[in-house]
Design a protein around this ligand. Structure first.
Ligand SMILES: *Cc1c(COP(=O)(O)O)cnc(C)c1O
Length: 470
């Protein structure tokens, strides 16, 4: 099959058109928007031929038309390398639990789905730098999972350094150890004396300083990077081909959602021809997205700490990409939407005007999350991590309210291994021995991090001096 060449433009329309690798290495267009592909290839006629492909082979088929600047042999090697550190032969296995399916996305090196995007991104950066260039310094802010997955993706890579800021007391002990025990010289952990928002403010201030940014060749790996979104589309297809038996059979997915990155990948997968009956947006009590899809009111609130900390996010950066397609690729509308939201903290649509037949949304509180973990353990002898439990509970509610959805197979995306959240598991089920060898191995390792105040100039000084020192 020949597809037209796909390139990348900005959701806000004021950026040059870039190739895939350039868009990935740049991270974000200069106009403040997000990179989107100029076309989305449609694979619906090929799906039936792809049953039985390995994860890597399917990944190569789906990605090739999106990537015009990596020769085929190199791309398939990068893909193989991206999954070399996964511990399950199926990479993303699906498990039947009762009438439904759990798609386990936690067999990567840090036991959360973010490994799918970040292992691939690490390969892409290293490949781009081998073609030439002076090296990149990656800076990111994390509340826990992104930092460890980014470190696992970039550690030990030539011409790359990674600086990760985390709020000093916020990540769990296991999450911290996953970052601070990594011994590679190119990894720098910064514990910020402040909140996750403080970390993000420091990051934003650094990226707003164009001189500092270009002098230090800085980029970032947060969830707006297109390379991550593309990598995440693959497991939606892979699971589909595993659980369905008939051509064109439609399925329902439920995705625990924070920054809307994982769900957006499902939305793109549907545009690529995946037969989707419904994508369920599952949020915790930070319910700005579920409110938006249910009422048309997009209103920033204050962050609440919940049992599913990776989803404690109010403003989901990837929603901008969804709005781009929702507005029929009208970049003026995207710009005005983002400006109104940034100025007023809210945008109000007439009820029904943001209705999307593909999407349903539901918010789940901590008590329901815990009950869901307990019931799932009782009924299926299977531990859901709290993020996945939010998804399962949301699907229950949505299907109870829309019984016609019960006809379809339901695939629940399991975004983290339960052993990452032993306290929540123990509180919900009374089980105290949930462990994973990867995590047990960390406990006695030495940690490396510096503590800095939430000050843009102190963090900048630290980064500058570390870059000169290496
Ligand atoms: C990051 C994360 C999420 C949220 O994913 P988004 O792409 O930000 O919506 C959900 N669960 C876990 C375990 C995560 O680490």
């Amino acid at each position: 099959m020949n597809f037209p060449t796909v390139e990348y433009t900005s959701t806000r329309g004021n950026s040059q058109v870039l190739s895939f690798l350039d868009a990935v290495c740049t991270g974000q267009p200069a106009d403040g928007g997000l990179f989107v592909p100029t076309q989305i290839p449609d694979f619906s006629n090929q799906l039936e031929h792809w049953r039985g492909l390995s994860y890597e082979a399917l990944c190569t088929k789906l990605m090739t038309p999106f990537i015009s600047d990596i020769p085929a042999a190199n791309l398939s090697r990068l893909i193989t390398e991206s999954f070399a550190n996964f511990s399950h032969p199926d990479i993303a296995p699906t498990l039947r639990c009762g009438d439904n399916y759990v798609l386990e996305l936690f067999h990567g090196p840090t036991l959360a789905f973010k490994d799918f995007g970040l292992q691939f991104l690490g390969q892409l950066f290293a490949y781009a730098l081998k073609q030439g260039g002076d090296g990149l310094n990656i800076v990111c802010a994390t509340s826990g999972d992104t930092g460890s997955a980014a470190i696992a993706g970039l550690r030990g890579k030539d011409k790359l350094r990674i600086f990760v800021m985390h709020p000093q007391d916020r990540p769990s002990q296991l999450q911290r150890l996953q970052m601070t025990t990594v011994p590679d010289d190119n990894v720098f952990n910064i514990a910020i004396d402040g909140s996750f928002d403080d970390c993000q403010s420091v990051l934003k201030a650094m990226f707003a300083n164009a001189d500092f940014r270009s002098a230090h060749r800085m980029s970032t790996v947060n969830s707006i990077n297109w390379g991550r979104i593309l990598a995440q589309t693959v497991y939606y297809f892979y699971a589909y081909l595993k659980v369905t038996t008939k051509p064109d059979e439609r399925v329902v997915y439920v995705t625990p959602t924070g920054n809307f990155g994982n769900l957006l990948s499902g939305y793109i997968a549907a545009k690529m021809g995946l037969p989707v009956a419904k994508l369920i947006v599952a949020t915790n009590n930070n319910d700005i997205l579920s409110n938006f899809f249910n009422s048309g009111q997009y209103v920033r609130g204050t962050i609440r700490n919940t049992l599913s900390p990776a989803m404690d996010i109010q403003v989901a950066s990837n929603l901008e990409r969804y709005m781009y397609w929702h507005f029929g690729q009208d970049t003026m509308k995207v710009k005005s939407f983002m400006r109104r939201f940034n100025e007023a903290g809210s945008v109000h649509f007439a009820k029904g005007s943001v209705f999307d037949p593909l999407i349903a949304a539901c918010a789940i509180d901590d008590q329901t999350t815990t009950e869901t973990m307990r019931k799932f353990w009782q009924n299926h002898s299977y531990h859901l991590d709290p993020h996945t439990a939010v998804g399962v509970a949301a699907a229950d509610k949505i299907i109870a309210a829309n019984p016609n959805l019960g006809e379809y197979k339901l695939i629940c995306l399991a975004t983290a291994h339960p052993a990452k959240f032993p306290q929540a598991i123990s509180d919900a089920t009374g089980e105290n021995d949930i462990t994973h060898p990867t995590l047990e191995a960390l406990v006695d390792l030495p940690e490396r991090f510096v503590v800095l105040p939430a000050s843009y100039s102190e963090v900048m000084d630290y980064i500058s001096s570390s870059i000169q020192g290496v």
